[in-house]
Design a protein around this ligand. Structure first.
Ligand code: NAP
Length: 314
């Protein structure tokens, strides 16, 4: 550790990138740490239709939008580094963060924008078949399932939109939902119901994933009757696909250990992004909030940077 930054931002999704842009413009020395791909989970989205300024048909991908945000943050002086933070010491005026490789980083203020990760489907043998039939990212993996039968778990916007995207590759896509009605927005539902490559299995959960080297069978369970059904891959295919889109889980364990108050697993922070620890702010999907979207993540990033600037100059 050789430098004390004004602000360290943990996580380079839309919230962290926007915070980086604003911190840079406030002339704060700013380091953005990211353990995976810069851009966060939105880089897995092929078309962002609802971010203001995106026009239907020509809407851009999460990858290109966040690449421009990164460039913009860098143009205002924010510095990026690849690091997975595994320990946070947030008390006091100087906050200390430790990465998985032992490297330490210090800052006067910290903005936590680490987002969330995919909730696992929760079926037996799930880990065994990740990358061998099970996936959580249609944009990344859809082409591996070209011409095959694909099953999608979930009933929210993600599940239904990604199921529609998967129909461009798969022979058939079946949405498996634990209830008998979708959570997805009406407009998205209507498109899916009109898509003749999509069918639905209601009141159903995946109990087990089966196969030798690759996924070729699913054991499903009816949530009302308890009845079990086996789905087999077409023998000519030898494999089927299972995609899980059942929401996200926030990555908050290390912050809980550092004394940051959580609520329902998320960092307890209001619209002002203040956490229970002075000088520590939470932005984007990782904090308690009504709507988790790119536009609200960006708004949080701007507010967090502004609040950090006030804190540093108080
Ligand atoms: P979500 O809205 O939380 O939906 C999760 C779905 O998974 C629900 O249908 C839920 O069932 C189901 N589920 C949860 N746990 C389950 C389990 N253990 N087993 C089986 N099913 C389970 O998550 P999301 O679809 O990822 O969306 C997250 C946020 O992003 C939402 O605010 C959404 O509006 C937004 N989003 C927006 C867009 C867009 O506007 N274009 C696209 C994607 C996401 P129940 O319905 O029974 O609870």
């Amino acid at each position: 550790m050789d430098k004390i930054y004004d602000v360290i931002i943990i996580g380079a999704g839309p919230a962290g990138l926007t915070a980086g842009i604003y911190c840079g413009r406030y002339m704060l020395s700013t380091l953005i740490l990211e353990k995976g791909a810069v851009g966060g989970q939105i880089t897995l989205t092929s078309e962002i239709e609802n971010y203001p300024g995106q026009l239907g048909g020509g809407a851009e991908s999460g990858m290109t939008l966040t690449a421009r945000m990164r460039e913009q943050a860098e143009s205002f002086g924010a510095v990026f580094e690849a690091a997975e933070i595994v320990k946070a010491e947030l008390d006091g005026d100087i906050k200390k963060l430790t990465a998985s490789n032992g490297k330490e980083y210090c800052a006067k203020a910290v903005i936590i924008s680490g987002g969330a990760h995919f909730r696992p489907i929760g079926c037996e043998n799930e880990d065994r078949f990740v990358g061998a039939g099970i996936s959580y990212c249609a944009t990344c993996d859809a082409n591996f399932f070209t011409g095959l039968d694909v099953y999608v778990v979930g009933g929210g916007d993600s599940a239904v939109e990604e199921a529609m995207y998967l129909t461009k590759f798969a022979r058939r896509v079946t949405i498996i939902h634990r209830r008998d009605s979708l959570r997805a927005a009406q407009r998205i539902q209507e498109k899916a119901f009109a898509n003749d490559k999509i069918s639905f299995l209601w009141n159903t959960v995946v109990e087990s994933a089966e196969g030798e080297d690759v996924l070729d069978r699913l054991i499903l369970k009816n949530t009302l009757t308890g009845e079990r059904t086996e789905i087999k891959a077409d023998p000519d295919d030898g494999m089927l696909g299972l995609f899980g889109f059942i929401g996200m889980l926030p990555d908050t364990d290390i912050y809980k250990e550092a004394g940051v108050a959580l609520k329902g697993g998320y960092i307890d922070a209001g619209e002002d992004t203040h956490t229970s620890v002075p000088g520590v702010f939470a932005a984007g999907d990782i904090r308690t909030k009504l709507l988790r979207q790119v536009v609200t993540a960006c708004a949080d990033g701007a507010v967090a940077a502004s609040e950090a600037e006030h804190y540093l100059n108080a």
